[in-house]
Write a protein that binds this ligand. Structure first.
Ligand SMILES: Cc1ncc(COP(=O)(O)O)c(C=O)c1O
Length: 383
C-alpha cells in the first residue's frame, strides 16, 4: 500500500494540455500568455480587480511588506499560530514581528487581543507598520472586527490567505480584506502550480509597483537600467498553465476537502476527548486541512500516540503549527497572550486531507485512530 500524505497535489487532467500549449507556442521563457490569463482568471475567481502571479506565497508576502514601506526598526503584528512564512518577510525587511494569540473558537487572530496590542502601541506612540491577518487551515479570520480596529488606528492589513483559497467570509471570497492579499500554490495547497503564489489588491497602483519590483525593478529603457533593487519573483508561463488547469477545479477541491472533514467527524465525532476545529459562524471554511485536538485524559492516548500509530501504517499526520513566539528564531520578539496557541500546539493534529483520498483511505485512518486509544484508559506520557 502506498503512503498516504497529508495534502498531496491533485491534478485535474487538463493541466497537461495547457502545459503542452505553453511548449508548442514557444512560451517557455518567463512570462507569457498563460501568466496573463492566470492572473485574469484568478482575479475574477477572488473578485479583485488586480492580481500578480509570483514564484511563491512568501514572495507575495515579501512584496506586500516592501510596498507598505516596512523597514528596519518597524514592528508588524502577526498571529502566533501560523506557518513561518507569514512572519519571515517582516524580518527580510529588517523589521520585527510582534505576535498575537489566536481565538480559541476560530484559531485565527483574536480581535480582542489585537485591540489591546494596538491600543498599547498607540499609547507608546509607536504603531505597527502593518497587521498580517492569516486565514488559518482554510478558516476565515474575523475580518469585520479586524478591519474596524485597523482602520481606527490607521494600520494597513495584509491578508495571508495562503491556506484559504476558496473559503469565504460572509459570502465574500477571502483574500480581499486587506490592502493586499496573498495566496500560495505550494504543492500542499488546495490547488498547486508545484510552487507559486499570487498577490491581489483593489489598488492597481500597488500591483503595478509589485510587478515592477518582482521583475528586477527594470526601468523602461532599451538597455538594462535599474534605479532601485528589485527581485526575480515572477511565475513562469509553464507553471501558470498548470495553475489555470487547477483553478478550473477549485470548487470541486473545496467540496472534496469538506467531505473529508465530514467523513472524519461522522466516524470519530463520538470519541471522548477528540474535537474538531470549529467552523466560525461568519464564514465557510475549505477544511484545507482537517485538524483535531486530543485531550489525552479523556481520549486514552496522546496526540503523539495517534500520530505515531498512523506513521507506523505509513500515514502522514502532523502537529499543528508550532506557535511562532516559541520558535528559537523569534526569541526576544513581543507576544500578546500565547496560551491558546500553545495549548493547541500541544494537543492538535492535522489529519490527511488530500482531495484525492478515497473512502477506503479515510476508513483506514479512522480505524487506526480509534484503535490507538488505550483500552485501560490510561494514556502514555504526553511528549
Ligand atoms: C499561512 C501561510 N502563509 C504563507 C505561506 C507561504 O507560501 P509559499 O510556500 O508559496 O511560499 C504558506 C505556505 O506555504 C502558509 O501556509
Amino acid at each position: 500500500m502506498s503512503r498516504i500524505y497529508l495534502s498531496p497535489p491533485h491534478m485535474s487532467g487538463t493541466e497537461v494540455e495547457l502545459v503542452r500549449d505553453a511548449f508548442e507556442s514557444g512560451w517557455i521563457a518567463p512570462l507569457g500568455p498563460h501568466v496573463d490569463a492566470f492572473e485574469r482568471e484568478f482575479a475574477a475567481c477572488v473578485g479583485v480587480p488586480h492580481a500578480l502571479a509570483l514564484s511563491s506565497g512568501t514572495a507575495a508576502l515579501h512584496l506586500a511588506m516592501r510596498l507598505l514601506g516596512v523597514e528596519s526598526g518597524d514592528e508588524v503584528i502577526c498571529p502566533t499560530l501560523t506557518f513561518i512564512a507569514s512572519a519571515g518577510p517582516i524580518v527580510y525587511q529588517g523589521a520585527s514581528p510582534v505576535f498575537v494569540d489566536c481565538d480559541a473558537e476560530t484559531w485565527t487572530i483574536d480581535p480582542n487581543l489585537l485591540a489591546e496590542e494596538l491600543a498599547d502601541c498607540a499609547k507608546r506612540g509607536r504603531l505597527p507598520k502593518a497587521v498580517v491577518v492569516v486565514d488559518l487551515y482554510g478558516q476565515s479570520a474575523d475580518h469585520d472586527a479586524i478591519q474596524k480596529l485597523c482602520s481606527h488606528f490607521g494600520v494597513p492589513i495584509v491578508e495571508d490567505a495562503a491556506e484559504a483559497l476558496g473559503a469565504t467570509y460572509r459570502d465574500r471570497p477571502l483574500g480581499r480584506f486587506g490592502r493586499l492579499g496573498v495566496f500560495s500554490f505550494n504543492g500542499n495547497k488546495i490547488i498547486t502550480t508545484s510552487g507559486g503564489g499570487m498577490l491581489v489588491s483593489e489598488d492597481g497602483e500597488l500591483i503595478r509597483q509589485a510587478r515592477f519590483l518582482a521583475t528586477q525593478a527594470r526601468d523602461p529603457a532599451p538597455h538594462y537600467q535599474h534605479s532601485i533593487i528589485g527581485y526575480n519573483y515572477r511565475l513562469s508561463n509553464v507553471l501558470a498553465a498548470i495553475g489555470r488547469g487547477q483553478l478550473r477545479v477549485l470548487a470541486e477541491r473545496v467540496e472534496a476537502r469538506r467531505r473529508n472533514f465530514d467523513f472524519y467527524r461522522s466516524r470519530l465525532g463520538d470519541l471522548p476527548g477528540l474535537a474538531f476545529t470549529p467552523e466560525a459562524p461568519y464564514g465557510r471554511c475549505t477544511r484545507w486541512l482537517t485538524c483535531i485536538t486530543i485531550e489525552p485524559e479523556l481520549f486514552g492516548a496522546t496526540r503523539d500516540d495517534v500520530r505515531l500509530a498512523l506513521e507506523t501504517e505509513d500515514i502522514e499526520a502532523r502537529p499543528l503549527w508550532k506557535p511562532l513566539h516559541l520558535q528559537p528564531v523569534f526569541s526576544g520578539c513581543g507576544v500578546r497572550g500565547g496560551a491558546v496557541a500553545e495549548r493547541l500546539f500541544k494537543v492538535g493534529l492535522c489529519l490527511p486531507s488530500g482531495s484525492n483520498l478515497t473512502d477506503s483511505d479515510l476508513s483506514r485512518i479512522c480505524n487506526i485512530i480509534r484503535e490507538s486509544r488505550s483500552t485501560t484508559g490510561v494514556p502514555s506520557q504526553q511528549q
